[in-house]
Every structure is written in C-alpha cells, then in structure tokens.
Design a binder for this molecule. Structure first.
Ligand SMILES: [Zn+2]
Length: 259
C-alpha cells in the first residue's frame, strides 16, 4: 500500500557514536526515517534517555533549514529517536547533527560523579537521576550519611584525577571470570550478549551504557546537598556542583523539574 509501511520495513539499527567517543559534539549523518515518533539517523552522537541520564538536545542542520531536537529516546530495535521541536527533514537527506554540548558535558561530569558517590557510600543503589546541576542516588540503607565526610571523600577522588575507562565484554567471558563478577558493584544484565563495563581502576567497576568524562578531575569540585529519608531502608543522597560562574548559568537555564 502506497504511503503505509509495516514495522518490518523500518530501520532497526543506528550507529551509536557516543558509545565509542562521548566527546563528539557533532557528526554527519543520513536520515533513515521520519515518523510521528521521531527522526531516525544512520549514526548519531545524541544520547537517548536511559540509566538515569536525560536524552540529549540539539540540532539537525540541512540545506534548507534547522530542526531543533528537544529530546532523544530509544526506538525499536537498536535505533535512536530524535524528537523534533520545530523544522523538518526528509528521508534520505544528508544532515549535520550537533548536541547542546554544555548540557551534555554537565551530564557527563555528573554521571561520572555518581559512580564515585556509589563507591564512597558503598551500599546497594536502588535508583538515581542526573541533571546538569544536581543529581542523586537512592541507597538501600537505614542510617544517615555524614554530609561533610562524603563531600570530602568525593572531592578527594575527583582531585586524584583517576582515569575513567569503558570496555565491552561478552556475557560468556564474564561468566567464566567469577572474580570479575565479584568486583562488580552492580549485577550485570542478562541475555544481551555484549555488556559494556565502566571502570575507574581501584574505585568502581560496573555495567553502564552512559556517557562519562575521561578523568575524574574534569568533574570539578562538588558538594553533597540534601540527604532525604525516603522509606525505612532508603536514603536519597543529592550531589551538586560547588558553584562556578558556568554552573550558575546552567542552573539558570535548567527548567527540568525535580521528580
Ligand atoms: Zn555510568
């Protein structure tokens, strides 16, 4: 039927460039499909909402104009949906994709900082959320934490400028190395084939598909904000950037309400 397309005809794969290099702020790409769900490209630097990290925002530039992207989500298969705010693109068109780098870089710093926070508090993590100005982790614990002590230990790990590395490992290989599983702070997902591990040597090792900075020093100074009791066995610990002029500008821009 002309004009109609079954789900089988939709593209199923997008090359996720941000997984190999989180520092790419733009790339050339081709439009594979356009639907009411969003725009699918053959390759992208846009990170889709997931793992507590927000989807990227940015622009797609064409010969005939600019499309503003207000959110990024996982689509069917291994595709990524770029959600347009305004403007239009056509299937088959070559475009230039660019993300709002300041916002994403703040997410990368915050995300990496949460790995450090998890290592410092060293309790089971039951949830988390990242934004450009403040982030939080929910810990499975009944006692409270010493804000000053956690702040100091976090900043010490940041200042030590530890390298942050990621690598892929096959599920079978992980199964064959129980000593590696034992060091993981989070149980890996099953049935996905290859697993991406995030490693801060001597500090943290866990499965993670998010975007991170290369060295912990890039996070910059932080402080523990609110510590809330969210149930008998749940402490919600918030972390925020210790304010610089740049961070003030980002906080002012941010309109995402705290959930
Ligand atoms: Zn991560």
């Amino acid at each position: 039927m002309a004009g109609l397309r079954s789900i089988q005809d939709l593209p199923t794969v997008t090359d996720h460039l941000y997984r190999q290099d989180a520092y790419l702020a733009d790339c050339q790409a081709r439009v594979l499909s356009v639907s009411s769900d969003g725009i699918i490209l053959d390759r992208t630097i846009f990170y889709p909402l997931g793992g507590g990290q927000p989807g990227d925002t940015g622009r797609l530039e064409t010969d005939h104009g600019t499309v503003t992207i207000s959110d990024t989500r996982h689509g069917h298969g291994d595709t990524i949906l770029h959600i347009p705010d305004s403007g239009s693109v056509r299937e088959g068109e070559e475009i230039r994709a660019s993300i709002d780098w300041d916002r994403r870089y703040a997410h990368m710093r915050m995300h990496t900082c949460l790995h450090l926070l998890g290592a410092v508090v060293d309790r089971g993590v039951t949830g988390g959320n990242i934004s450009a100005s403040r982030s939080r982790l929910d810990f499975d614990m009944s006692e409270t934490v010493d804000k000053a002590e956690i702040t100091e230990r976090l900043n010490r790990l940041i200042e030590a400028n530890h390298p942050v590395e990621s690598f892929w490992i096959a599920e079978e290989e992980l199964d064959a190395r129980p000593e590696l599983i034992k060091t993981l702070s989070v149980r890996p997902p099953r049935g996905v084939g290859e697993i991406r591990l995030l490693q801060i040597p001597g500090v943290d090792l866990q499965p993670c598909g998010g975007t991170h900075v290369r060295q912990t020093g890039e996070i910059g100074p932080v402080r523990i904000g609110k510590v809330e009791k969210k149930g008998r066995h749940n402490r919600r610990v918030s972390v925020e950037f210790a304010v610089t002029a740049e961070d003030v500008a980002l906080v002012a821009e941010e309109s995402v309400p705290e959930v």
